[in-house]
Design a protein around this ligand. Structure first.
Ligand code: HEM
Length: 393
């Protein structure tokens, strides 16, 4: 707490306190400050109107697991599967062992665990073909995409997030184990942000290109967020089941970090339209101040270039916005972003933004989508219910 307080008061002070603490620890072997209480016991409610893991402040670790239903998994079996997985998720997120948990001790420190379910077109079709929203399925083709089948699609998504990687691992294992009779794993994507406590709570994350990423995002808990993210159940008779739910687009976007390394700092900042140091717009102010898209420099050129990412990603239509909840990834093949975006309507929100970026965006030089999937995110459920029950109503 002392350290976090220092960081909030000023980066310089925090550095001093940190350095001093390090010296003392190195000299006397004494702990410099009272240790933080463990956060492993922290829980996020599973039951509620909306599923957890959307408006929930992003935890440090995420695993996105896409499953494909087996041929024999009919409507009744899907219902049994969803009941089983909802029961597992309710227990695990509360810090309790799942039924038939083979490693119950691993369930005891959920560390803010959330499990969020998303349904691909295949699952909804199997339960009720009339309930498939128009946008549920592969996105329209984008010229710059280089999609690999191994990162695309899926009938059922489990987004498992927690501040501790062991909590994520255990929950993922229990959920996939209980799915085995009904479905097989199609792809798994791991994501990470800063460790909990590494930065003051609420700090915007940085992606692996070093940019502050997530500044201009609807704020959870506000009417603006509710309008943009939660489905209202409209849009055709069949969509009523999605009321209080949402839609999720998961894109695996590879970064060419070696090429990015060759670019100088001004070039990097112009590609986005924001400063690397603190994420503030190139037109000045702090991270959360509005960019001035009209401002021109001494030579008469716009300070935020015409094709800067933030200019191209922004629409004049306030309804054409999304809620980004992305994670970094890194594996033996490279690094990038597991770009996860929630919205009420994919066609109306994600697609037009992506169209503009696909057409022109300075960032395109260094980023390429290699995976893509769309899921309908059902509403939350009560203690006696299960996620997805509204689809069977
Ligand atoms: C803003 C990075 C892909 C939509 C930003 C910002 C950064 C960034 C640094 C500025 C800070 C902020 O407001 O978050 C990236 C990187 C990407 C990527 C590195 C790929 C690896 C995408 C994609 C979309 C998107 C695929 C949607 C189709 C947006 C939006 C904003 C934004 C809507 C806010 C623009 C505004 O200020 O109104 N992104 N982005 N980004 N990005 Fe991206």
């Amino acid at each position: 707490n002392l350290l976090l307080g220092g960081a909030a008061a000023g980066a310089g002070a925090a550095a001093l306190v940190g350095g001093d603490a390090l010296l003392r620890a190195a000299g006397g072997g004494e702990p410099a400050a009272a240790p933080e209480p463990p956060f492993g016991g922290r829980t996020v409610a599973f039951h509620g109107r909306h599923q957890a893991g959307i408006a929930t402040p992003p935890q440090a670790h995420a695993r996105f697991i896409a499953l494909d239903l087996e041929g024999g998994t009919d409507r009744g079996a899907v219902r049994r599967l969803l009941r089983l997985l909802s029961d597992d998720a309710a227990r695990l997120t509360a810090g309790e062992a799942a039924l038939a948990d083979t490693e119950p001790e691993l369930a005891h420190d959920p560390a803010g665990l959330t499990v969020t379910f998303g349904f691909g077109r295949g699952l909804v079709e199997r339960v009720d073909p009339a309930a498939v929203p128009e946008w549920l399925g592969p996105l329209p083709e984008f010229g710059r995409d280089r999609l690999s089948e191994r990162w695309c699609g899926g009938d059922l998504l489990l987004q498992v997030c927690a501040d501790d990687p062991v909590s994520v691992s255990h929950a993922a294992r229990m959920l996939t184990k209980d799915s085995r009779a009904f479905a097989r794993v199609r792809w798994v994507q791991e994501g990470f942000r800063r460790a909990r406590g590494a930065q003051p709570a609420g700090a915007t994350m940085r992606n692996l290109m070093g940019q502050v990423d997530g500044t201009t995002n609807p704020a959870p808990g506000t009417p603006d967020f509710a309008d943009l993210v939660w489905h209202r159940g409209g849009g055709g008779a069949g969509a009523a089941w999605l009321r209080h739910g949402s839609a999720l687009v998961v894109r695996r976007i590879a970064m060419d970090l070696d090429e990015w390394d060759r670019l100088d700092r001004p070039g990097r900042e112009e590609a986005v339209g924001r400063r690397l140091s603190d994420g503030a717009p190139l037109t000045g102010g702090g991270e959360h101040d509005e960019p001035d898209f009209e401002a021109v420099g001494a030579l008469g050129f716009p300070v935020i270039p015409e094709y800067a990412h933030i200019r191209r990603a922004r629409s004049a239509d306030p309804a054409e916005r999304i809620f980004r909840r992305a994670y970094n990834y890194e594996d033996t093949e490279g690094a990038g972003l597991v770009f996860a975006a929630f919205q009420a309507d994919v066609t109306r929100q994600f697609v037009p933004i992506q169209r503009r970026l696909d057409e022109l965006d300075l960032l395109n030089e260094w980023v390429t989508a290699i995976g893509s999937a769309v899921f309908a995110v059902p509403p939350g459920c009560g203690p006696d219910g299960f996620v997805g029950e509204t689809l069977f109503a």
